[in-house]
Design a protein around this ligand. Structure first.
Ligand code: DAH
Length: 329
């Protein structure tokens, strides 16, 4: 203990420890020679020796800790560390706003019992047009609108090919949404992009079980879930080759609450999606008997929904990936 008290460094302390407690140390030797102690004194002496050993070990620990603490204090005093300085910030990424919106849209449909099934971007004429009842001279097949890849392949111009792909390999009852990228020969501009995303949806069951009323109900439910429970929805008659009857759904302009503004072109309504009852020719094309089955379908543009929901006024912002824009979402 006296020697320890004089030890000024970790090294000196270690020397004392080896000398006393090491393999051949004084106390170690003493403990080893306990056999020579008369049996009746052994317990008392053994206890004492062990107590001494523990005391020395404890003292060594205390001294070592004190030395380490002092060394740390000295090193901090030599090179002062200002713990109040701001740390280095590492930029942390997050999910792209379009992906966030897509996930939200799919969540709503999934909650209504729709299965999510992605289908291919690279298609043939049959799945993108023919089976969807586009007449062979329809202008959408024109070179101006569609990216043709050669060998009879093209980049799908809408996700409606998803209806055909899924119905071809499955039997009703079906309630499905098909998200994915679509392509058209458009210049990138405020409102258009050569690549964009859609979500297609459809429900098919025995003839008569699914009506236009179900379509209206499902779409109204969906639009209220997405835009808020008080949003107003209206349906207008429309035309698509793959639905009969066809409709388009509008929501009350969320920018002007219907009083008229630039975004809604002063109509008070914003067009959101196309829909209708699946045309009998489409059902025939996938081998369903239109006397036995019927259903509804709808298709919506994700960018358009994102623009309105997020209050963004230029489609290009979604594709430029400028962090000053992205970090706002
Ligand atoms: N395919 C249409 C488009 O790209 C959207 C659409 C309209 C899909 C009506 C449908 C539908 O399923 O019934 O503009």
């Amino acid at each position: 203990m006296a020697e320890l008290a004089q030890s000024a460094s970790l090294e000196q302390i270690e020397n004392v420890r080896v000398k006393v407690l090491g393999r051949g140390g004084e106390l170690t030797e003493l403990l080893r020679s306990m056999r020579e102690v008369p049996a009746q004194e052994r317990p008392a002496i053994g206890q004492l020796a062990n107590q001494v050993k523990r005391d020395i070990e404890e003292r060594i620990e205390v001294l070592k800790n004190e030395l380490r603490r002092r060394a740390l204090g000295e090193s901090l005093a030599r090179a002062p560390l200002d713990v109040t300085l701001p740390g280095v910030q590492f930029p942390r990424g997050h999910i792209h706003p379009l992906t966030q919106i897509t996930e939200r849209l799919l969540d709503i449909w999934a909650a209504m019992g729709f299965e999510v099934i992605p289908t291919p971007d690279i298609e043939d004429d049959f799945h993108n047009f023919g089976a969807l009842n586009f007449p062979s001279d329809h202008p959408a097949r024109d070179m101006q609108d569609t990216f043709f890849l050669g060998d009879g392949l093209l980049l799908r111009t809408h996700t409606s090919n998803g209806q055909i792909r899924v119905m071809e390999r499955r039997q009703p009852p079906l309630a499905v949404v098909c998200p994915g990228a679509c392509y058209r020969r458009d210049e990138l501009s405020v409102r258009y992009s050569p690549m964009f995303s859609q979500i297609e949806g459809f429900a098919v069951d025995e003839f008569g079980k699914i009506t236009m009323a179900h379509l209206k109900g499902a779409l109204t439910e969906f639009l209220r879930a997405f835009f808020g429970p008080t949003s107003q929805v209206r349906f207008r008659a429309s035309f698509f080759p793959f639905t009969e009857p066809s409709a388009e759904a509008d929501v009350r302009c969320i920018f002007c609450a219907g009083t008229g503004c630039r975004v809604c072109k002063h109509s008070g309504w914003i067009e959101i999606l196309g829909a209708g009852m699946i045309h009998p020719n489409v059902l025939r094309a996938v081998g369903y008997d239109p006397q036995r089955y019927s259903g509804f379908a709808f298709g919506m543009g994700v960018e358009r929904l994102a623009l309105i929901k997020l209050g963004v006024d230029d489609m290009r912002l979604f594709f430029e990936n400028d962090l000053r824009f992205l970090t706002q979402f």
